[in-house]
Design a binder for this molecule. Structure first.
Ligand code: LLP
Length: 412
């Protein structure tokens, strides 16, 4: 496999124009992923709230907003990004296990669609914010259904040992608390059991629990009219079997079809992951006794997923002659950590300094988790649309980074 272009734009041209490392996104792929999800779920007409954490670039959020999406946000910063990108406040869901009071206030003033509440103390805090502002805030309780999502341990959230959601055994207490809080309106239930799910069964188990809770809460007198089924739909990084969207829709119909609920979901990775690559250049070819190292100019600060989750990303040459013989390479970055590694024993055809390589499926949790570690430039991003391209985040270089630091008053 090799990758020469994104849409109709040669990667070599982008590398020349902007340098490397560089994130490159296909606008068509963003729209196509959104369209596929919307199409599969058409019978339910859900509110699709793009999970901004996957990639918070304003141009990407805006792309989905223009298609009708809302946003799932987890911080004041993400609320501001979503609003700045043109998302309707009335389509914003505020998730997260530790929302600051200030962020709650901002979200309440903006008039967001819903707060997903994850603990009893948070209920009291939100009620206080509502009282102060003279509002009744729409909330859903995020429950933890205690289901193993069968994904990487660091991105599993739906099992009872996880910090997320209200444990099944504490739901009664949470409902009792809600009854005494006049400034929150419990209108829904939310669930998100993990990310990069590749099997339907965990969803099936979680949805069954959730449907039971909707019935129970209604029987207990709560006017439950909304359901947020979270994100988590996996994408193909290597050879994963994928969730079939029509089967996913079938599950939704099976569990919730008769419950008359306004459905929302919070996909992140599914919408942006496949649309992005990280483009990089070979710096140094360093053959060794035990391993051959290919040192490229992208590093763990640009894409941390391999270092953090042992994640696989395909690494392909740009413009390699078809059928060229390959050797195996440890593809690593220049950062001073052994964990700064993109892949072991990757077959690449006779690489030479200056060659371009593309790290695939890097649109989600790539740029959004990037940093300036090792005082490296914060990685820029480009969007391609047909034969056009545009910078959508400029690089933040070292001069600007040095200016972030402030000398303590005693040394000025
Ligand atoms: N909703 C909630 C409440 C979440 O916590 C998340 C992701 C999503 C939605 C979106 O999930 P998605 O559709 O993208 O799977 N950095 C990790 C992934 C962390 C996911 C955190 N929560 C990675 O690179 O794999």
């Amino acid at each position: 496999m090799s990758a020469a272009n994104v849409e109709a734009v040669p990667l070599a041209r982008l590398a020349e124009a902007y340098g490397t490392p560089l994130y490159v996104y296909s606008r068509a792929a963003l729209r196509q992923a959104y369209g596929a999800l919307k199409e599969a779920l058409l019978p339910f007409d859900p509110l699709i709230c793009y999970a901004v954490k996957a990639n918070g670039n304003l141009s990407i959020i805006r792309e989905f907003a223009e298609l009708g999406a809302g946003a799932d946000v987890v911080s004041e910063g993400e609320i501001k990004r979503a609003l700045a990108a043109g998302v309707d406040a009335g389509k914003i869901i505020f998730s997260g296990v530790g929302k600051s009071r200030h962020a709650m206030e901002e979200a309440a003033v903006a008039g967001i669609y819903q707060f997903n509440v994850e603990s009893i103390p948070e209920l009291h805090l939100l009620n206080a914010v509502g009282r102060e502002q003279g509002r009744k805030l729409p909330i859903a309780l995020r429950v933890n259904p205690d289901v193993d999502p069968r994904t990487h341990a660091k991105i599993a959230t739906g099992h009872k040992e996880s910090k997320f959601g209200i444990e099944m055994t504490q739901i009664g207490l949470a409902l009792d608390a809600v009854r005494g809080l006049p400034h929150v309106d419990l209108c829904g239930l939310a669930v998100h059991i993990g990310s990069q799910l590749t099997e339907l069964e965990p969803f099936d188990l979680a949805f069954a629990t959730v449907a039971g809770l909707v019935r129970d809460w209604r029987a207990a007198g709560f006017d439950i009219r909304r359901l947020d089924i979270g994100g988590g739909i996996g994408i193909r990084y290597r050879d994963e079997s994928l969730i079939d969207l029509s089967a996913y829709a079938g599950l939704i119909g099976k569990h919730f079809g008769k419950l008359d609920l306004r459905l929302a979901l919070e996909p992140g990775r599914f919408l942006v992951g496949p649309a992005g690559i990280l483009l990089s250049r070979v710096m140094i070819v360093k053959p060794g006794v035990a391993k051959n190292f290919l040192i490229i100019d992208a590093a763990m600060n640009d894409l941390i997923r391999p270092a953090m989750y042992d994640a696989w990303h395909d690494i392909v040459p740009v413009n390699a002659p078809p059928g060229a013989a390959t050797e195996n390479w440890e593809v690593v970055g220049p950062v001073c950590e052994t964990g700064d590694l993109f892949g072991h024993d990757r077959p690449l055809p006779a690489p030479a300094p200056g060659d371009l390589v593309a790290i695939l499926s890097a649109g989600a949790y790539g740029a959004s988790m990037s940093s300036t570690y090792n005082a490296r430039t914060l990685v820029p991003e480009v969007m391609v649309d047909g034969d056009q391209f545009a910078l959508i985040r400029r690089p933040v270089g070292i001069e600007e980074q040095i200016a972030w630091d402030v000398a303590p008053v005693w040394s000025r």
